[in-house]
Design a protein around this ligand. Structure first.
Ligand SMILES: *[C@@H]1O[C@H](CO)[C@@H](O)[C@H](O)[C@H]1NC(C)=O
Length: 358
């Protein structure tokens, strides 16, 4: 649902849609008027601030759990200085309840992530659920942990304390809930859009490390955004990489939703990645043999790369013409199977830019 809205918004909003910043006085008033106020401190000329614009405007439109405002720190310098804002954009959530203070936002700067963060902040940590209503939380967040404690206290004496400790540490990133229905086999379950993972209390032994590792495993994205910083890491895992080059945040979200199941199914051998065409595109188009596709605007900018032997398989430029949207999961899967079955030869950098003969 949210994705559809985003895709529509991306179509109707002009790329230059400029956000409206609040004055310092308005921000101060919002802080006292609202239970929660999310503020973006921006320096409009900076690239990361420009990128936030459309996403922020959308989040502000859809948010129901907080006031959402931005301030231009080059115009209204006083408040930014007072709050020690040093890098832009800085996103902070102000709770009127002073015991909860100010939270810094460290997540992805996109509307769905900002909105999930606000829904989390509106709930107690951890939330209370029962076996009927815990599913309502799954609609609100990408990753939800539900603890089910034992009927007898000697089952898992330390689990509640450890779970609640972690819940407060990670409260800004994931949703945590405790079920009021006690069980004979205590557990923590992690719910994600592509399936759930369960760990029993016995597996989550008395150390906090096991629980921490579980949170990391479960929250790890199936599709990673490749950057110059994490590129070496992903090249070295022994898996082949399935790259998709995107030009907008909403296009990336649509693609991820589409290939989520594939990334899960083939996760043992393949790492799905997305590559921001604007930041990283020229090098990648060249390295992956996709220049022709990009120039002709034909076919998805999709390629498989095997870092261990250097083989690269660009999606053929003449393969399909799917307009501007990302490819359907079935199209990606067929391409992967063709490669696995040897029906697609690796690209030869010297021999042209694509595989027209296919
Ligand atoms: C679920 O129901 C319980 C009562 O059984 C209630 O205390 C709790 O707040 C509800 N949680 C949610 C998320 O609606």
């Amino acid at each position: 649902m949210r994705l559809t809205n985003t895709a529509l918004l991306a179509l109707v909003a002009s790329p230059a849609a400029a956000w409206k910043h609040a004055s310092e006085a308005n921000i101060r008033k919002a802080l006292t008027d609202n239970e929660r106020t999310l503020v973006a401190f921006v320096e409009p000329s900076l690239e990361p601030c420009k990128r936030l614009d459309i996403e922020w405007t959308q989040a502000a439109k859809e948010a129901t759990d907080a006031a959402v405002l931005s301030i231009d720190c080059t115009q209204d310098t006083k408040l930014c200085a007072e709050l020690d804002v040093a890098s832009y954009p800085a996103i902070r959530l102000f709770h009127r309840d002073s015991s909860r203070g100010v939270q810094r936002y460290r997540g992805v700067r996109e509307a769905p992530d900002l909105l999930a963060f606000l829904r989390r902040a509106a709930r107690p940590v951890p939330s209370t659920v029962d076996e009927k209503n815990f599913t309502t939380l799954l609609k609100d967040d990408f990753v939800v942990f539900v603890a089910r404690y034992g009927k007898t206290s000697n089952d898992d004496e330390t689990l509640p304390a450890r779970f609640e400790q972690l819940a407060s540490t990670y409260a800004d990133r994931y949703t945590f809930a405790v079920s009021t229905d006690l069980t004979t086999s205590p557990s923590v379950t992690c719910y994600r859009s592509h399936g759930e993972l369960v760990r029993t209390a016995a597996e989550l032994d008395a150390s906090t490390t096991a629980l921490n590792a579980f949170i990391e495993t479960c929250a790890a994205p199936l599709v990673v955004d490749l950057t110059r910083r994490n590129e070496l890491h992903h090249m070295g895992t022994g898996k082949s990489l399935v790259h998709y080059l995107y030009s907008s945040a909403s296009e990336r979200r649509t693609y991820i939703k589409e290939v989520q199941k594939l990334a899960q199914t083939y996760g043992e051998y393949l790492q799905f990645t997305t590559v921001n065409l604007r930041e990283y595109g020229d090098d990648m188009l060249k390295a992956l043999g996709l220049q022709k596709s990009a120039a002709q605007k034909k076919g998805p900018l999709l390629a498989v790369q095997n870092p261990s032997n250097g083989d690269v398989f660009p999606f053929p430029a003449a393969g399909i013409n799917n307009g501007d949207g990302p490819p359907a999961a079935a199209v990606v899967e067929k391409f992967l199977l063709d490669i696995i079955q040897g029906a697609v030869p690796p690209w030869m950098p010297g021999a042209g830019d694509g595989h027209d003969e296919l």
